[in-house]
Design a protein around this ligand. Structure first.
Ligand code: NAP
Ligand code: GDD
Length: 347
């Protein structure tokens, strides 16, 4: 059987790096675009990197950018992928308020550039396309969300992703492309970016437990997220692409927890019981045993608009593709804290 070829945007990010490993294990030839940077940005894929000169290599990196239409079309035409995973994005919600135009360009129009390039390929009917859509598109609705729920974005990131979501559907209908949306709720792993609350917390907790620092500064403690394990989510992406027809699926755990709860569990893993006192931005989290303050609020981490509550219903993907999350919230927090502790102990 012919080896399948995958093309991944965002291969240097959390999901892209995990997906690349997953697909290499399935014997795919994996191509990815990396952005030109003044220092190397390939840390997450260094363990699977193969020298350019290596014969028969299965992981091939190309310079590229979602803002550069010409190179995207040329690459696709040359590589002739069977499956395209569009995971590249300015993926930080708070930063999308600071760089809204850039975020819209990469996350919204970047998707359109890819879809339009695919629609012009001679082999467009044999290419499958996955769009990394997001639960942020739902905005503030205090209910469990599924594929039929309304979208009400409240950030430039979410509105850009909604543009991409709709264009994925439109190109599927208009040009018969095999194009799917995975509407993914938050998913984390030890290779999560360090300015997302999960990794920021587990890294700080590991440092505090080893006496390397005292305080973790955060923003809103009271928002709720449906947190899953990123390794489970790349498996879901792949399953969506193997389905007999292109459809959109929610990828979630059907459970939700507060940021406060995440922080408490992370400290619990290192034997610290956190208690809370004070109100609003004066609230602090302290070690019940020693009274030492370990969590403080800094309003710099609050967003102009916040999504307060997210919880997703994964019934459809479970029913049609047999997918369900394997790692629960508690296990996820422990995996991340343990990895951060191990990394620090190696130093
Ligand atoms: P991530 O770690 O921030 O990775 C983003 C990737 O996109 C990185 O490889 C980054 O490259 C690349 N990128 C940024 N700007 C680009 C550009 N202009 N052209 C090409 N590539 C660019 O994000 P992630 O957590 O893996 O998420 C993967 C995708 O799923 C994103 O689209 C995100 O919006 C979406 N999503 C994520 C979650 C989640 O909870 N993780 C949930 C729903 C949806 P550099 O390494 O050079 O920065
Ligand atoms: N990043 C961050 N830093 N978030 C904080 C902090 C802090 O210091 N303190 C509190 N939070 C709160 C945020 O306000 C938000 O309510 C919650 O923690 C989660 O924030 P993030 O981890 O930054 O993730 P996100 O939910 O905004 O976005 C992630 O999930 C989306 C899917 O729902 C990203 O991965 C997006 O790319 C993804 O689409």
């Amino acid at each position: 059987m012919k080896r399948k070829i995958a093309f991944i945007t965002g291969i240097t990010g959390q999901d892209g790096s995990l997906l690349a490993k997953f697909l290499l294990n399935k014997n795919y030839e994996v191509h990815g675009i990396k952005r030109r940077a003044s220092s190397f940005n390939t840390k997450r894929i260094d363990s699977i990197y193969q020298e350019h000169q290596m014969k028969g290599k299965k992981l091939i990196l190309h310079y590229g950018d979602l803002t550069d239409s010409l190179s995207l079309y040329d690459l696709l035409n040359k590589i002739k992928p069977d499956e395209i995973y569009n995971l590249g994005a300015q993926s930080h919600v708070a930063i999308s308020f600071i760089n809204p135009e850039y975020t819209t360009n990469v996350d919204g129009i970047g998707n359109l550039r890819l879809l339009d390039a695919i629609s012009k390929l001679k082999f467009k009917k044999s290419v499958k396309f996955f769009q990394a859509s997001t639960s942020e598109m739902y905005g503030n609705q205090k209910k469990t969300l599924n594929e039929n729920s309304d979208f009400m974005p409240v950030s430039p990131y979410a509105s850009a992703k909604l543009l991409a979501y709709w264009n994925t559907k439109i190109y599927r209908q208009a040009y018969g492309l095999f194009a799917c949306n995975g509407i993914m709720f938050n998913h984390e792993s030890p290779v999560r970016g360090e300015n997302f609350i999960s990794k920021k917390t587990t890294k700080a907790v590991a440092e505090i437990s080893l006496g390397l620092r005292d305080v973790l500064y955060v923003g809103n403690l009271n928002s709720y997220r449906d947190w899953g394990y990123a390794v489970d989510y790349v498996d879901a992406m792949w399953k969506i692409m193997q389905y007999k027809k292109p459809e959109d699926f929610v990828i979630a755990t059907n459970k939700t927890h507060s940021v406060r709860n995440f922080i408490e569990l992370a400290f619990k893993r290192v034997g610290i019981k956190i208690a809370w006192k004070g109100k609003g931005i004066k609230e602090v989290g302290y070690d019940k045993k020693t009274n030492k303050i370990h969590v403080k609020i800094d309003k710099i981490y609050f967003r102009p608009n916040e999504v307060e509550y997210l919880k997703g219903d994964y019934t459809k993907i479970k029913k049609l593709l047999g997918w369900k999350p394997k790692v629960n919230f508690n296990q996820l927090v422990n995996i991340m804290v343990d990895e951060d502790l191990n990394n620090l102990k190696k130093l």
